[in-house]
Write a protein that binds this ligand. Structure first.
Ligand code: 26V
Length: 810
C-alpha cells in the first residue's frame, strides 16, 4: 500500500486532472501565464484546484444536514490556531503524490509551493490549536459542526531575536490572497454596544445601543478524511455599519467622516497575545461580545430556517461549546434574545439556554480566569449585566429550593467584578476539564463548591490531536512505514496503531523505525542550519521543548540542567558523553517580563555553550525564532525526547506531549496533565518520570525554605544558579539574570529547585537508554503503538456522546 492509493481515482488520472486544473486556474483565476508565475501564484493555483473537490463535499454535507434535520454542534472559540490549510486539504483528499507530480510537470517543487502558504496563526497556543484539531476531527468523523471565531487581520505576532531578546512584529497572513475563504455578505449581522437600557412598567427591557458594528461572515471549508464530510469555520470580521458620513465628507471633514469606520475595524484588528495585563480590556470585552453575539444570532437564524420558530426545541437541535470563558457572554446574549425578542419568561429562557450551552475549562491558573469589572460591563453591555444579575438570582432560588445556601465562591458578581468562569458554570449543561488529573483538580479546587452543588455537571474529556496533520502529513517516513507494516486503517481509527505491537520485537522493523526517525532528523538538522546557523548532528539525541514560554512550563529547569550538564562535560571532557542537541521553541507574552528574560537566558547560554571548543558537538543548544504550527510540523517528527516538565498540577493537559509520543519520541516528564494518561498507556518503563506529584507540590510549597533547602542539597544546581547570577553567560551585564536567580533562590513558586535533582537523574537514565539503539527504537516505537487513544477523533466522539448528544452523519 502506498500513500497515493488513498485517493479516489488512480494516480495517472489525478496527475492529469490536477495539471489541467492548475493550468486553468493560473490563467483564469490568477490571471497569469504559467511561464511567468511566482511561487505564490503556484500556491494559489494549486489551492484553487483542490478547493473545487472540497466544495463538492461541502455542499453535499450541508444538504445532508438540512434534509435529515440533524443536530448541529457549534464550537465558539476566540482562537483557531490552524496553520497551513493546503497540506490538510492535500492529505485528506489523498492527493499528495498527484500534487507533487503535477507541480513537477511545471518544473515546480511541491514542498516549496506548499511552504508559500502563510500560517493562519489565529491563536496563542494549546487552546487554539485544540480548536483546530477538533474542527478537523469533526469533519473526519462526519459530525455536523461549525466553528465560530474572529477573523483577525493580524494573528499571533512574529517573533525575532535581537541580540537574544524577543522582539515582536505584526503578523500579516491576509496580505496576500486567501484562497480558502468565502465571503457571505448575506449573513452579516449588526452588533450593538453601550447606550441605554430602560425597563418599562411590566419589566420589559428596551436596549438602545450607542454604537454599532457590522460583523461580516467569512466561511472556510474544513475538509475531513477522504473528503467524506466537510464542515465550516465561520470567522467574523468587523466592518463599519456606515461606510462613511457623506454629509461630513461633503462639508470637507474627511477624517471625521471616516471616524466610525476606523473604530469598527479595530475590533477584529488583532489577536491578544496576552491574557494577563491591562491591554485595552474594554476592546477585548468588545471582541468577545462581537463574535459571540454574531454567532448566536446566526445559530438562531439557521435553527428557524431548518426547524421553525419554536425556540423551546433549541436543545434538541443545537449544542454550543464555549471554548474557555472567552465566549461566555453568549449565555446572557441567548437569554436576552429569548426574553426581549421572543417573549420568553426569564427563568424559561435561562433553562432553555442551559439546554444548549457547555463550557470547557483549560487552565486552573487563577490569573487566567476572566473577570470583568461590573462598571465596564454596565457601560458596554448594560442589558447583559442586568441579565447576569437575573441569572444570579435564578441560581440562588434554584439552590434555596433544594435547601442549599450558596457559598461566596459561587457568586457570579463579587467585589465589583463579574466572574466569567462562574457564569459559564451556572449556564452550562456540562462543564469539562481536558485531562483526568485536571478534571479531578477542578472538582477539588476552583470549582469545588460548584461540584458539591452540581455533582453531575463536571465531566472529563481528555484532549486529543488530529493524526492526519500530526502523523500522516507531517511525518512521511513514518507514515510510509506504518502503511507498509499495518495498512492504512489507523488514519481514521488510530487505536489500530496497536497492530504494531507484534512488530515491536522484530529488529528489522525497529531498524526501519529508527531509519525513518533519522530521515526526519536530517531534515530538521538542515532546517536548523538555515534558521539558526547551528550544526546539529543527526546522530545526536534530539531533545525538544516547544511550547509557550511560561514559568510553570519550566523552560528554565531544562536550561539549568543543560548548564549542569555542560559543567560536567567540561570537568571530564574525555568521557563518552551521549551527544545531545537541546532544541527550544516558543514565544513569550509581550508583557511577561520574566518569560522574556528566560528567552534571553536560553540564547545567552546557547551562545556560550555552542562556542565552547570542549563540547565538540556533544552539547548544542538551538532556539529557532518564531515557533509556530509549521515549525512544529518539522520539529516533532524529528524529536527523540519530548520535554513535558511542567510543575505538577499546572498544565491542564498538554497536546504537544501527545504529538511527540505519536511520532515516536518518549517523554521525560512530570505527573501532570495528560502526561499521566500517556504514561498509563505507554507503560512506566518507556516513560522517563521525575518530580513531585501535584499533591506533593502543594505540600512542598508550604515549606518556607523549600528552595534554599533544595539548592544546598544539590551542588550541581547551586553551581548553575551561581553561574547565571554572576554573569558567566552575560559578561557584558553581570546583573542581567539576577531577577531569575533571585526568584529561584527566594520564592520558586514553580518548584524548579525542588525537582532539579530528580530531573537530572532522569536525564542520565535517558542517556543510558540512548546508548542502545535497538532498545531505544523499541521504546520509541512502543510510544507510537500505544498512543492511538489520543486521536482527537476519540475526543470528539466522546464529546458527541457525553456532552452534546449529537449523532454523526455516518
Ligand atoms: C493563560 C494564561 C493567561 C494569564 C497568565 C497565565 C496563563 C497561563 C495559561 C493560560 C492558558 C490559557 C488557556 C490555554 O491555552 N490552556 C491550554 O489549553 C490546552 C488545550 O486544552 C491544554 O492542553 C494546555 O495544557 C492548557 O495550558
Amino acid at each position: 500500500m502506498t500513500p497515493q492509493d488513498l485517493s479516489q481515482g488512480n494516480l495517472v488520472d489525478n496527475v492529469a486532472f490536477l495539471r489541467r486544473e492548475i493550468d486553468r486556474r493560473m490563467r483564469y483565476v490568477i490571471g497569469c501565464e504559467p511561464g511567468r508565475a511566482t511561487l505564490n501564484d503556484w500556491r494559489l493555483a494549486l489551492a484553487f484546484s483542490l478547493r473545487d473537490r472540497i466544495v463538492d463535499s461541502w455542499l453535499a454535507s450541508r444538504r445532508r444536514v438540512r434534509e435529515e434535520g440533524l443536530k448541529r454542534v457549534y464550537y465558539l472559540s476566540m482562537e483557531f490556531l490552524i496553520g497551513r490549510l493546503i497540506s490538510d486539504a492535500i492529505t485528506n483528499l489523498g492527493l499528495e503524490e498527484a500534487s507533487r507530480q503535477a507541480l513537477a510537470s511545471f518544473g515546480q517543487d511541491y514542498d516549496a509551493v506548499v511552504a508559500e502558504e502563510p500560517d493562519a496563526a489565529l491563536g496563542n497556543g494549546g487552546l487554539g490549536r485544540l480548536a483546530a484539531c477538533f474542527l478537523e476531527s469533526m469533519a473526519s468523523i462526519g459530525l455536523p459542526a461549525m466553528g465560530y471565531g474572529v477573523r483577525y487581520d493580524h494573528g499571533l505576532f512574529r517573533q525575532s531575536f535581537h541580540d537574544g531578546w524577543q522582539v515582536e512584529s505584526p503578523e500579516d497572513w491576509l496580505k496576500r490572497r486567501n484562497p480558502w475563504e468565502f465571503e457571505r455578505p448575506e449573513d452579516n449581522q449588526v452588533i450593538g454596544f453601550g447606550g441605554e437600557m430602560r425597563e418599562d412598567a411590566s419589566g420589559r427591557a428596551v436596549w438602545t445601543p450607542g454604537e454599532t458594528v457590522m460583523a461580516a461572515a467569512y466561511d472556510t471549508p474544513i475538509v475531513g478524511w477522504k473528503a467524506r464530510w466537510t464542515d465550516t469555520l465561520r470567522l467574523w470580521a468587523a466592518k463599519p455599519t456606515r461606510i462613511f458620513d457623506l454629509e461630513r465628507f461633503n462639508r470637507g471633514d474627511f477624517l471625521g467622516a471616516a471616524e466610525q469606520a476606523s473604530l469598527a475595524q479595530t475590533l477584529s484588528r488583532v489577536l491578544y497575545p496576552d491574557d494577563t495585563t491591562e491591554h485595552g480590556r474594554e476592546l477585548r470585552l468588545k471582541q468577545e461580545y462581537f463574535f459571540t453575539a454574531a454567532s448566536v444570532r446566526d445559530i438562531l437564524a439557521r435553527f428557524r430556517d431548518e426547524h421553525g420558530d419554536d425556540l423551546r426545541k433549541l436543545p434538541q437541535k443545537v449544542a454550543i461549546q464555549l471554548n474557555d470563558t472567552h465566549p461566555t457572554i453568549a449565555a446572557p446574549e441567548l437569554v436576552r434574545i429569548l426574553v426581549d425578542e421572543n417573549g420568553f419568561e426569564v427563568d424559561e429562557a435561562i433553562e432553555t439556554a442551559r439546554g444548549v450551552l457547555n463550557y470547557t475549562n483549560h487552565t486552573l491558573l487563577p490569573e487566567a480566569l476572566e473577570r470583568w469589572s461590573t462598571s465596564l460591563m454596565w457601560r458596554v453591555l448594560p442589558r447583559h449585566m442586568r441579565l447576569i444579575e437575573r441569572i444570579d438570582d435564578w441560581h440562588i432560588r434554584q439552590n434555596r429550593a433544594r435547601g442549599v445556601e450558596r457559598p461566596p465562591s459561587t457568586w457570579l458578581i463579587d467585589h465589583g467584578e463579574t466572574r466569567m468562569g462562574n457564569l459559564a458554570f451556572v449556564m452550562a449543561n456540562k462543564v469539562n476539564g481536558v485531562s483526568a488529573l485536571h478534571t479531578d483538580l477542578m472538582k477539588k479546587t476552583v470549582f469545588h463548591d460548584f461540584h458539591v452543588m452540581h455533582p453531575d455537571r463536571i465531566v472529563n474529556q481528555t484532549n486529543g490531536v488530529t493524526p492526519r496533520r500530526w502523523l500522516t502529513a507531517c511525518n512521511p517516513p513514518l507514515r510510509n512505514l506504518l502503511l507498509e507494516t499495518i495498512g492504512d486503517g489507523w488514519t481514521e481509527d488510530l487505536g489500530k496503531l496497536e497492530d504494531l505491537e507484534p512488530h515491536l520485537k522484530d529488529s528489522a522493523f525497529l531498524e526501519k523505525f529508527a531509519a525513518a526517525k533519522r530521515e526526519n532528523k536530517v531534515r530538521l538538522s538542515n532546517w536548523l542550519k538555515i534558521r539558526t546557523g547551528v550544526e546539529a548532528d543527526p546522530d545526536a539525541l534530539f531533545d525538544v521543548q516547544i511550547k509557550r514560554i511560561h514559568e510553570y512550563k519550566r523552560q528554565h529547569l531544562n536550561l539549568l540542567e543543560a548548564i549542569a550538564h555542560w559543567n560536567a562535560i567540561r570537568r571530564e571532557p574525555d568521557r563518552d558523553w551521549i551527544p545531545r542537541v537541546r532544541i527550544f521553541g516558543g514565544k513569550a507574552a509581550p508583557g511577561y517580563a520574566l518569560a522574556k528574560q528566560i528567552i534571553k537566558l536560553i540564547n545567552d547560554v546557547a551562545k556560550v555553550i555552542n562556542a565552547d571548543p570542549l563540547m565538540r558537538g556533544r552539547l548544542v543548544i538551538a532556539y529557532p525564532e518564531n515557533y509556530n504550527v509549521s515549525a512544529a510540523e518539522v520539529i516533532i517528527p524529528a524529536a527523540d525526547l519530548s520535554e513535558q516538565i511542567s510543575t505538577a498540577g499546572k498544565e491542564a493537559s498538554g497536546t504537544g506531549n501527545m504529538k511527540f509520543a505519536m511520532n515516536g519520541a518518549p517523554t521525560i516528564g512530570t505527573l501532570d496533565g495528560a502526561n499521566v494518561e500517556i504514561r498509563d498507556l505507554v507503560g512506566a518503563d518507556d516513560f522517563f518520570l521525575f518530580g513531585l506529584t501535584a499533591e506533593e507540590a502543594v505540600e512542598e510549597r508550604k515549606r518556607p525554605d523549600h528552595a534554599a533547602a533544595a539548592i544546598s542539597a544539590s551542588p550541581a544546581l547551586q553551581e548553575a544558579i551561581e553561574q547565571i547570577a554572576s554573569g558567566v553567560f552575560s559578561p557584558d551585564d553581570h546583573h542581567r539574570f539576577s531577577a531569575i536567580a533571585e526568584n529561584l533562590r527566594r520564592y520558586d513558586y514553580f518548584l524548579v529547585c525542588s525537582d532539579f535533582d530528580d530531573y537530572a537523574a532522569a536525564q542520565r537514565r535517558v542517556d543510558e537508554a540512548y546508548r542502545k539503539p535497538l532498545e531505544w527504537a523499541r521504546m520509541a516505537a512502543t510510544n507510537t503503538a500505544r498512543v492511538g487513544w489520543f486521536s482527537s477523533d476519540r475526543t470528539i466522539r466522546s464529546y458527541a456522546r457525553e456532552v452534546w448528544t449529537a449523532d454523526t452523519a455516518f
